[in-house]
Design a protein. Structure first.
Length: 169
């Protein structure tokens, strides 16, 4: 997939006057957007709704980014997924501070790095297919959502033996 060209905005009109504003609504796809096992679905449409405002330091982008995500469930390895909605409020300036602000490139503003950062930070680190997912049996590997096993569920880890005397009923 090629980089969407509509994420690089010409903002010369905004730079001429402090307080100038512009509304932006975009729908596009981005490839290779993942963190750990979770990723933005490859065919998912990413929606951006934002307001650009010229301030003394540069241009502020405020709004929201939404998309769908997918990943294998951390408990049972079945497909998991959902929607991400991220509120954004970021500053673009001519001399950006690394990790804090984004680069204003002359009369252009590239939204892609900001959108990638916002979505990747919001992806689940331990995705699950549903809250009540029972996961896989640690001993035999059966999916406990669909089958039951006769494996012993109590742990006999010797590192916890000293705490058994504190068994509170």
């Amino acid at each position: 997939m090629t980089k969407p060209t509509n994420l690089r905005l010409q903002i010369g009109d905004l730079l001429k006057r402090f307080g100038a504003q512009r509304e932006v609504e975009l729908a596009f796809n981005l490839d290779e957007l993942s963190a750990g096992t979770a990723s933005v679905a490859p065919d998912a449409v990413i929606q951006l709704t934002a307001q650009l405002e010229r301030i003394s330091e540069g241009v502020v982008v405020r709004g929201s980014v939404t998309s769908a995500w997918m990943a294998p469930c951390a408990r049972c390895l079945c497909d998991a997924g959902g929607d991400i909605a991220v509120l954004i409020s970021e500053l673009y300036e001519a001399d950006p501070v690394v990790g804090e602000t984004y680069a204003l490139e002359g009369e252009f503003l590239d939204l892609e790095p900001m959108i990638r950062d916002a979505l990747v930070l919001e992806l689940p680190t331990r995705p699950i297919c549903r809250p009540e997912c029972a996961g896989l049996c640690a001993q035999c590997g059966i999916d406990r959502n669909t089958e039951t096993c006769s494996c012993e569920t109590e742990s006999n880890d010797p590192r916890w033996a000293a705490l058994q005397s504190f068994n509170v009923q």
